[in-house]
Design a protein around this ligand. Structure first.
Ligand SMILES: Nc1nc2c(ncn2[C@@H]2O[C@H](COP(=O)(O)OP(=O)(O)OP(=O)(O)O)[C@@H](O)[C@H]2O)c(=O)[nH]1
Ligand SMILES: [Mg+2]
Length: 302
């Protein structure tokens, strides 16, 4: 009699770790075919560890996009670092992403040491190879292959998807065996209102220059269904009056542009019609205030 083997599934967490701007969020979106993690050309875009779930026929990977690891100059930066450290501690596998198009830094060495000493399996993903000559990219990979600390070394492009299938296979090989941890249709364990704040912040990062986006936090005050629409009222916090003026813009033009673009992105995400109301508030020195960081969701409120 033929014996039918039960399917063996694998499931676990893969943390995406690296310096700011190396393409971690672009990679998580590419691997999960979503746009859940916000991306911008500016460093320090991601501020919280963002979980995005990829469910395949025999494996479920919870990718955890982390903030770029960098020097802590404010309580906010310190919160980013703590979020990365916490995620490294909890994860099953680390995907360490580097950007060969920028020069190596002390911070780069520090984060490499951190992932190497984590005791977790590490995959090295050399990203942005679409911008490199093929031979040069191959040399970079072969140089790193001699480092036995890496379970796998791949040259990839999060932008074009090059070798991303190999990266997913590499993660699956290292995943622990076990049942799925989330429902097959779940995309994230984070609430819709979190993604709404991120999509507003994404437009702020896109439309404003210099330090204003980095001094901006978004909180949701109202998120409720009214007459077939979701009413979202959000506060945009800045540190100074001058930043408030820039955010509002001449005749309210800037805040209108942010609101229109963010509403469209939130509607795509929620697949529902949205009414978005934005209010700009001055919260002096919030990036240095522990109580404000807790209030804005960047630190545990315990
Ligand atoms: N050419 C190229 N650009 C890329 C690639 N991956 C990401 N980028 C670009 O790099 C920039 C930063 O991308 P993000 O995904 O926001 O980087 P991040 O590592 O998440 O940044 P932080 O959240 O600030 O730590 C964006 O302009 C991306 O379009 C890639 O494979 N090739
Ligand atoms: Mg990011």
């Amino acid at each position: 009699m033929e014996c039918v083997k039960p399917p063996v599934s694998k499931a676990g967490f893969a943390a995406i770790v690296g310096l700011p701007n190396v393409g971690k969020s672009t990679l998580v979106n590419r691997l999960t075919e979503t746009k859940l993690s916000i991306v911008s050309s500016k460093a320090q875009t991601t501020r919280n560890t963002v979980s995005v779930i990829l469910t395949l026929p025999n494996a479920q990977i919870i990718f955890q996009d982390t903030p770029g690891f960098h020097e802590a100059t404010t309580a906010l930066n310190q919160a980013f670092i703590e979020s990365v450290l916490r995620t490294i501690k909890m994860t099953d596998i680390i995907v360490f992403v580097i950007d060969p198009t920028t020069k190596e830094s002390n911070q780069g060495e520090e984060v490499e040491r951190l992932v190497s000493e984590s005791g977790k399996p590490v995959i090295l993903a050399i990203n942005k190879i679409d911008t490199l000559n093929k031979r040069f990219a191959e040399d970079l990979v072969s140089k790193r292959l001699s480092n036995k600390r890496f379970s796998l070394v791949l040259g990839i492009s999060a932008l074009t998807g090059c070798n991303c299938d190999l990266l997913i296979n590499g993660v699956i090989d290292l995943l622990p065996k076990g049942p799925y941890l989330y429902g097959e249709d779940d995309l994230s364990d984070m609430p819709e209102r979190f993604f709404a704040t991120e999509l507003i912040r994404e437009q702020i990062l896109k439309l404003l220059v210099q330090e204003v986006p980095h001094k901006t936090a978004v909180t949701i005050e109202t998120f409720k269904e009214i007459e077939n629409r979701v009413l979202i009222q959000a506060n945009i916090h800045v540190e100074r009056d001058s930043q408030k003026r820039i955010l509002i813009g001449k005749g309210g033009n800037m805040i209108k542009s942010i609101g229109t673009a963010a509403r469209q992105r939130i509607e795509e995400f929620l697949e529902r019609s949205v009414r978005l109301e934005l209010f700009v508030k001055v919260s002096p020195n919030w990036t240095r205030s522990i109580s404000k960081l807790k209030e804005f969701g960047y630190l545990d409120s315990k």
